[in-house]
Design a binder for this molecule. Sequence first.
Ligand code: FCB
Length: 472
Amino acid sequence: MTTTDPGTEVGRDLLRFPPGFRWGAATASFQIEGATGVDGRGPSIWDTFAARPGAVLGGDTGEPACDHYHRYPADVALMAELGLGAYRFSLAWPRIQPLGAGRVEPRGLAFYDRLVDELLAREIEPVVTLYHWDLPQALEDVGGWRNRDTAYRFAEYAALAHEHLGDRVRQWTTLNEPWCSAFLGYANGIHAPGVVDPKGSLEAAHHLLLGHGLAVQVMRDQAPDDHELSIVLNFCALTVDDDSQLDAARKVDGLQNRLFLDPLGGRGYPRDVVEDTAWLGDWTAAVHDGDLDVIAAPIDWMGVNYYSPTRVAPAADPLAVGDGPFPGLRGVDFLPPRGEVTGFGWEVDASGLTALLTRLRRDVGLPLVITENGSAWPDVVEDGQVVDEARTRYLVDHLRAVHEAIAAGVDVRGYFAWSLLDNFEWAAGYSQRFGIVHVDYDTQVRTVKRSGRTLAEVIGANAVPATGYDLP
Ligand code: FCB
């Protein structure tokens, strides 16, 4: 086996990652925990949404998911077996504050105490996401993220969760993919709470960002110096064929990337996005004096979730409004994927990740962590094994893409595979398997897939093979 100096060096056989590179896998509370009615947990918007006929494929719900609430010791043992150095998971706000405000449920906090202690006992670093989409239903009943007050409730919840777990958890992420919460939740309504209100969705985006900033401020005040605070965004990686697509790409980039990056970076909301969306009504009236300073509160790193590239072209009618999740977007056609697609129909393009990371180096100026990356395929268990060649290829190709970005000077500090376990894939229910570990939902038996074994080898070597899919 040949390697050159540690860092990002290219050996003959191996592409080595920098020393201390953080390797992990990610999950989210509603997607894996199950046990939705135990220990005082309040209902979340996803419980309500999943109960709505037709909202989730197959009528699937948060039960049983992976029953991780009860099986966490075995799941943590599995993480240790895979050699994970870190585990990214989310806290279910409705377990901790069943009504989203006021009363704290000690049994909810106790579950996360047990989980964190189990992780630390196995020397796996907990990376906590405060909000991965399971808003307490009681808050949605008074407007959810369209209500400014929710930002303040979120900061209170962040403060108490951080106060409770901060003696053991150093890594804190406020929000996962606020684009999805705002626009899938309130613009086209394919996610909970299933509301169609484009102008309201832009207000929701602002309140999510405000909640992020308030939470950062309060955690920073009470955090020791070694705590790291972050936010996780899902960027779209736009690929254009020629200049005729640039304006369409600018509009989508504005509504998915810059709408979040610019205010977080202290630049306020992008003027072109405000102009393009003005026909919906003045959503910027939701932006009060001082809000932009709060949103720009310094953070320590930014999480990047990447799955697939996006291709757009100008629509024949420049005023045509699609039924997609981008509020106010006119005159843009989304082009079909090219080449290989995953079981979910998502285009496979690892080079999109390198391009995205390179662009973020310019626009973010913070260390980056790949907080999600993965692919869904229709796996089969045969003789107790899951030989998921396609997912293994996807994994290794995307790790090579990350390595390429690091070698070009992008400061990427870690990689979290989505997901540790097959789980509840939101509106697609249990139909899409993203895990590096297979879950049989009837028996709750876990089977490490070939991709999981490959990730374990990669972690062990702190390197990916330069060619092919097997480590030498
Ligand atoms: C991301 C979500 C995550 C998972 C993956 C496939 O948008 O953050 O929960 O569903 O997509």
